[in-house]
Design a protein around this ligand. Structure first.
Ligand SMILES: *[C@@H]1O[C@H](CO)[C@@H](O)[C@H](O)[C@H]1NC(C)=O
Ligand SMILES: *[C@@H]1O[C@H](CO)[C@@H](O)[C@H](O)[C@H]1NC(C)=O
Ligand SMILES: *[C@@H]1O[C@H](CO)[C@@H](O)[C@H](O)[C@H]1NC(C)=O
Length: 253
């Protein structure tokens, strides 16, 4: 009787959902890192590829340039079947901080979108980014203490809304540190706050999210300053509903 039961189950579970497990997505981010390291993105050749919101041929993109990666960290969103990876390259002549969102349809990689920052971009200093990012602890949160997707997204959205509405209530946490380009607000004190000012009158729109509850995080790709604004990534980590880390990348080209 085991076989008919399996067949019945298979009929009710779409292959796409059945495949989009955390470990399947970890393989996707591992394969993205391998592609960027070797400069051979064959596994991604059927995907739409953009850099800083512009369509780019994958063969001429930064992903086709072999780079020694000094730091990486990824989010895996099993609900949307999507990933986000932060990549820091700070060696030799190459200095980049790259944020990449990957989206799948079924088990096929259909979209790869990167925010690529380098010298000249907002507060860019890959040496600084490497230094601070590699000292932060984005540990896996014990299951009983995890925030929901809705709480995590709302925390990120509240911070982003503050740029255009000073009355928004943001779930500030302490300690909290902001890494913006290579600049860091954290001083290593328990009282460190991320509530140290943001610009005003700036609309952060066209938000595209990747959410990973296991690490309390959401990455948001957005247009900074209206629909034709600058390509930007804001990544947030919350612990117990409160902001703990904020990482930003902004393309100024
Ligand atoms: C992940 O990759 C490994 C090595 O290629 C493979 O054995 C494993 O089945 C993959 N896991 C999933 C869930 O795709
Ligand atoms: C990505 O980071 C992990 C540690 O967080 C490390 O084990 C792995 O080697 C890194 N991958 C690459 C390609 O640098
Ligand atoms: C970049 O960051 C490093 C490490 O924090 C720092 O030593 C260096 O002075 C910074 N460079 C610039 C140009 O700000």
């Amino acid at each position: 009787m085991i076989l008919p039961k399996l067949v019945l189950c298979a009929a009710f579970v779409t292959p796409a959902l059945a495949q989009c497990t955390y470990s399947f997505l970890q393989n996707i981010t591992a394969s993205y890192l391998a592609a960027q390291t070797s400069g051979q993105p064959a596994a991604f050749s059927s995907a739409t590829y953009t850099e800083n919101f512009r369509a780019v041929s994958i063969a001429s993109g930064v992903i086709s340039r072999p780079l020694k990666i000094d730091h990486n960290r990824s989010l895996h969103d099993t609900t949307q079947c999507a990933t986000y990876t932060e990549v820091v390259v700070a060696n030799g002549a190459n200095h980049y901080v790259i944020g990449t969102q990957i989206r799948l349809t079924g088990t096929a990689i259909t979209q790869v979108d990167s925010i690529v920052t380098t010298r000249g971009d907002w507060l860019f200093n890959a040496t600084g980014t490497l230094y601070y990012a590699s000292r932060e602890d984005w540990f896996t949160i014990p299951e009983a203490e995890r925030d929901t997707r809705a709480v995590i997204q709302a925390g990120g959205d509240a911070y982003l809304d503050l740029f255009n509405n000073p009355r928004v209530v943001v779930p500030w946490g302490t300690p909290c540190a902001r890494l913006e380009g290579g600049a860091y607000t954290g001083r290593g004190l328990p009282s460190d706050s991320c509530n140290v000012g943001v610009p005003s009158g700036v609309a952060l729109v066209n938000r595209r999210y990747v959410i990973d509850e296991t690490v309390g995080s959401v990455d948001v790709f957005l247009a900074f300053g209206g629909p034709n604004g600058r390509p930007d990534s804001h990544e947030f980590r919350l612990e117990k509903g409160k902001l703990r880390f904020v990482h930003t990348l902004t393309d100024m080209a």
